[in-house]
Design a protein around this ligand. Structure first.
Ligand SMILES: Nc1ncnc2c1ncn2[C@@H]1O[C@H](COP(=O)(O)OP(=O)(O)OP(=O)(O)O)[C@@H](O)[C@H]1O
Length: 249
């Protein structure tokens, strides 16, 4: 069995009396897409916040490869190889498409000026940023102001920002949100390939995309993982249907 690239161990988080994360231990293995699904308010965003560093857990730990990153800042986790896309866009709308990727990469450095001083480094940085834009199909609009992009292109740009950091693992929060059928389809194709570069922890409400992509699904209800398994196992689970999928049928 391969070692997980990303793991949480017994994560707990309460907000006053509300238990938002209840003893959550999940793994992300090389080459896989592990989807986390659950009804609204189940604790998916809180879990992602603890994995990526925005929310401090009350108990438990987060591991990236061999490193315990529980006490790392968000920037330190990104530096350690955690690539994240956001539910709500974190892009700078007034900056160009290329600038957004460059800023994403430079922001990763604890000492950003180190990137900019030698001309060679700056050139490398631009080349790797352009390569990331090329991969998501945005190279041609690299000089456009981000505000001019369509919603779908902004989602692609977020992926490019994460990609340019050459992460060890991706954490993606609703990458399909707001994409039309065609956009979801091409993002699904893209993520399907991307998993071989770095595994993806995917939080997504779009069940068609989840069922098409996930190697494994974990179902979160009231902050607790109630089931974890393959797409077929989760679809067949009575417990899951009652707690979650059933409410849609
Ligand atoms: N900062 C906070 N203070 C108090 N309660 C919070 C806070 N953040 C989240 N919660 C509560 O914790 C629970 C889990 O919320 P969370 O946003 O993690 O769920 P979610 O599964 O991401 O929901 P959605 O699918 O709607 O995005 C909810 O009951 C929410 O109201």
């Amino acid at each position: 069995m391969s070692e997980p690239v990303l793991a949480t161990r017994n994560l707990c988080k309460t907000f006053n009396a509300l238990v938002a994360t209840d003893d959550v231990s999940i793994d992300l293995k090389p080459g896989e897409i592990h989807a986390i699904i659950g009804p609204n308010g189940a604790g998916k965003s809180t879990l992602i916040g603890q994995i990526c560093g925005g929310i401090k857990p009350d108990a438990g730990s987060v591991h990236l490869g061999d490193s315990d990153v529980t006490n790392f800042s968000t920037a330190e986790r990104a530096q350690a190889g955690l690539g994240r896309t956001f539910q709500i866009s974190a892009l700078a709308m007034e900056d160009t498409v290329l600038e957004n990727v460059l800023l994403g990469v430079v922001g990763r450095s604890a000492k950003p000026w180190r990137f900019w001083s030698p001309a060679l480094k700056a050139r490398d940085l631009i080349e790797s940023s352009m390569a990331a834009l090329e991969r998501v199909g945005l190279a041609e609009v690299c000089d456009q102001v981000t505000a001019n992009l369509s919603h779908g292109q902004r989602r692609q740009l977020e992926v490019a920002v994460a990609l340019a950091l050459t992460p060890k693992a991706f954490v993606m929060d609703e990458p399909m949100a707001g994409l039309g059928a065609e956009g979801s389809h091409s993002m699904t194709d893209f993520l399907s390939e991307l998993r071989h570069e770095a595994p993806i922890l995917l939080v997504e409400h779009d069940m068609d995309a989840v069922f098409a992509l996930a190697d494994r699904i974990s179902v979160l209800v009231y902050g607790r993982i109630i089931a974890s398994g393959s797409v077929d196992e989760i679809k067949a689970s009575k417990k899951v249907r009652e707690a979650y999928l059933g409410e849609e049928t």
